[in-house]
Design a binder for this molecule. Structure first.
Ligand code: PEP
Length: 250
């Protein structure tokens, strides 16, 4: 009932020329992969080039973050309307690296989500617990707090555009992925909360992605879980062939 979605988060890798070359290769590889929604999130400087190279391919381009204001004296920041103008259709928000390295709070994530909607971008909203929180049996509590911030003030119509990514912090870039059972447990919890807060229809339609050390050799088992609707892939999305293998498993 839900179309799988696989998104590649390149983090701070690849300049514009390399990014465009990748986009052309990936476009050719994925031309017959019509059963999966595909998204590539390059660094800001490559958004325009990648979106251009993917035009009319059905593969969407995303930003990796945005500011909550549309313009202003915010040196180093990029706004949602700027991403939209550059060709992005989605934006990743609340990624754990933004939360941990740059200090993004839940309140910041809420503001950014509303800025994304105002600019016509669909948010890929990330939630996930740290290892310490998991070991203290606080996973569900942490997910609930982050989820509340993600849906705060979001209308039903807006929520229909949102993608949620469950990314346990201990699995991101560590090579230690959640087991399929751990992923399914967290995803089922998230969907259950969405059902309670927003209704069955919204919950059943929401694409919930798993992210955290997804690789070509572990993707299928994770993606087969009933509440896992796709993947947000970091390191393994940097190679177009590996990313295509993961997308094909969805
Ligand atoms: C990510 O950056 O969202 C991510 C999941 O990274 P990795 O796949 O490298 O763990």
């Amino acid at each position: 009932m839900r179309t799988p979605l696989v998104a590649g988060n390149w983090k701070m890798f690849k300049g514009a020329a390399e990014a465009v070359a990748y986009a052309k290769v990936f476009r050719a590889l994925a031309k017959d992969l019509t059963t999966v929604e595909l998204v590539i999130a390059p660094p800001f400087t490559a958004v325009h080039g990648v979106a251009d190279a993917l035009r009319n391919s059905g593969i969407a381009t995303a930003g990796q973050d945005c500011h909550w204001e549309k313009d202003g004296a915010f040196t180093g920041a990029v706004s949602a309307p700027m991403l939209k103008e550059a060709g992005a259709e989605l934006v990743i928000l609340g990624h754990s690296e933004r939360r941990r390295v740059f200090g993004d709070t839940d309140a910041d994530v809420t503001r950014k989500i509303h800025a994304a909607y105002a600019a016509g971008l669909a948010p890929i909203a990330c939630v996930g617990e740290t290892l310490e929180e998991r070991e203290a049996s606080r996973t569900f509590e942490v997910l609930d707090t982050q989820l509340k911030a993600v849906i705060d003030g979001v209308s039903g119509e807006q929520f229909a555009q949102m993608v949620i990514a469950y990314e346990p912090v201990w699995a991101i870039g560590t090579g230690r992925n959640a087991t399929p059972e751990q992923a399914q447990e967290a995803h089922a919890h998230i969907r259950g909360r969405l059902r309670a807060w927003l209704g069955a229809d919204a919950a059943d339609k929401c694409q919930i992605l798993y992210g955290g050390s997804v690789k070509p050799d572990n993707a299928r088992a994770i993606l087969q879980q009933p509440d896992v609707d796709g993947a947000l892939v970091g390191g393994a999305s940097l190679d177009p062939h590996g990313f295509f293998t993961i997308a094909s498993a969805a």
